[in-house]
Design a protein around this ligand. Sequence first.
Ligand code: GRF
Length: 203
Amino acid sequence: KNLVVLVSGSGSNLQAILDACEQGKINGRVSAVISNRPGVRGLIRAVQAGADAITIDHKLYASRAEFDAELSRRIDQYQPDFLVLAGFMRILTDEFVNRYVGKMVNIHPSLLPKYTGLQTHQRAIDAGDTFAGATVHYVTPELDGGPLIMQIQVAIAANDDALALSKRVLAAEHALYPQVIQWLCEGRLTLAEGIAHLDQKPL
Ligand code: GRF
């Protein structure tokens, strides 16, 4: 399967996906990585893995709609089977999202529906939660609100700070996201009537 990955920064989840493709753990390849920020590490990771590395600087566009139109134009040139958001820090227009419903997934560093948006780890610590974690979900127009696919829990220690916790959650993300993407590539994961379905593996 053909994957296009959107990033805005470091791209450590992208790297986990690229490595899984390389190791045959994902039956797919990343044909292009698109960043809305120039010069980020995620673009370097793309080049090193032999994927096209594309920058579409959102600051050069007058509106969200114009940026999203260019973004989808570039994505569609690759005709991806799936669109993977991996630390992509831009809110997308409904028009863009609706174009890829059922084909676009995101990873969010909390146990959704808790803590949409930013500062998720600090908010979990402040609330006295005993578990943080990460969620992979289909993307729908509601921010961080699309149908859940899979979550991973990470215990919060008594003396945890947001930085230490975020590192452990990120490591967990690197296990979670490639697994979900492999399910997508195998055709086992589908979205129907607003719910994610995982088919059993044939015996
Ligand atoms: C991750 O914590 C992810 O959950 C969130 O943004 C971060 C991206 O990190 N959406 P990286 O760029 O993959 O290292």
